[in-house]
Design a protein around this ligand. Sequence first.
Ligand code: CA
Length: 499
Amino acid sequence: MQKNNLLIVLIVSSLCFFACDQAEEKPNVIIFYSDDIGYGDIGVYGADLIKTPNIDKLASEGIRFTDGHCAASTCSPSRYALLTGEMGFRKKVGVQPVNAPLSIQPTQFTIGKLFQQAGYQTGIIGKWHLGLGNGDINWNKEIKPGPNEVGFDYSFIIPSSNDRSPFVYVENHKVYNYDPNDPITVSRVPIPDSIAGTSYPDAIKNPESITVYQGDAGHQCSVINGVGRIGYMKGGKKALWKDTNIGDDLVKKAKTFITKNEDDPFFLLLTSNDIHAPRLPHPRFKGATTLGYRGDNIVQLDWCVGEIMKVLKQKGIEKNTILIFSSDNGPVYIDGGYQDGSGKGNHKAAGIYRGGKYDIYEGGTRVPFIIRWPSKIKPKVSPALVSQVDLLASFAAYFNEEIPIEAALDSRNYWDTFMGKDDLGAEYILEQANTDNAIAIRKGSMKYINIQDERYEMYDLKVDPQERNNVIEERPKLTKELHKDLMMLRKIHLNALYD
Ligand code: CA
């Protein structure tokens, strides 16, 4: 080989080495975040009446955590913690009402901003439910601040939850499929006839419009697609989503995002609304289980996960994409009072654990938690205690990116545990119910709970995983220690933020 050719070969191979190395250091990251999926809802976690072959496969190719937690047992505070690395109770973030303002400050650091800082294209597709705007949203104009202001280059969102007004998607500040001739009004109280825009039936005045199933008193406002909802809406008829198509719509948008960014590192937060009520699976999944709409919607969810796995494989980026699957809170059978047949059959949505959505017990926050990264992670089952709130600091440590002072105060680096290199897990994690009405600390197998102001309970999950035997009286020394820890963790951060 001539000298010059040898030089070219050397340069090209070192460039390739550098490029390949770069790619390995910046894997794509997708967090597939399901809604109200319990510990026992997935096949590999023990559901034998629901088949979830795709999620089971994902688990068999990655790490399956058996003590993995979301930060809260309700949607908004869990999402807030995942995004900001801060427990929701610190800012009193509870379930967000209709027309709630954005609960994350545009100046606040988020996991989206972290990925942007690390050179990623970022996107959120799916349920948001963290408020939008400054408290006076005009749904006919630019809707902001929102996800695009707190770390996402692209957003396609269900603004609230699928049972809550408005019933349209918002794509980068604008209502998707917006029709200027049919202006949109969103309200917590009935909207007068004098306001322009298509009218929808009122569940109380037009009970005949409820054609699918009944909801409780809180879900008796506007009737959309035959189901009563929370809050009222007028206008935007062309923009209305079709509930049975939401799974397909989100998968389609996710595939577009992945395709657009397949050559660059990307971070996608894919927040499915499966299986939040009202549960209305696509007709092709109806009857897929013997457990009613709830079970059928889990089969739909599994299909969606499978579609994402498939597109990664087709694009040849499967090996270097970290795909995380988890849930925002534990399970609930009849939510919103919807009589959709959920709860039938011998299915244990929270597995062996006590409670579910809204509860401070393990069923509220212990959820399926799977991480797959074929090029780096060896498949295993990990018993380590981990929380979603720690993902932000763990990714920051991996990228060697700094977190601003006083940001993400509850997030700690457990990268090695998330990568399966150790099973040590978190020294402690905090759990909360909705706002700060119930809060708990997990330390090893011990769990210490404070409900409202004066009620305390302590359980040893090693011998009592179902939290039946309160051991406060029996173990005064440990009670004192954990009480001190919990109160201190609560207070330290409060002082840091509010003093
Ligand atoms: Ca939820």
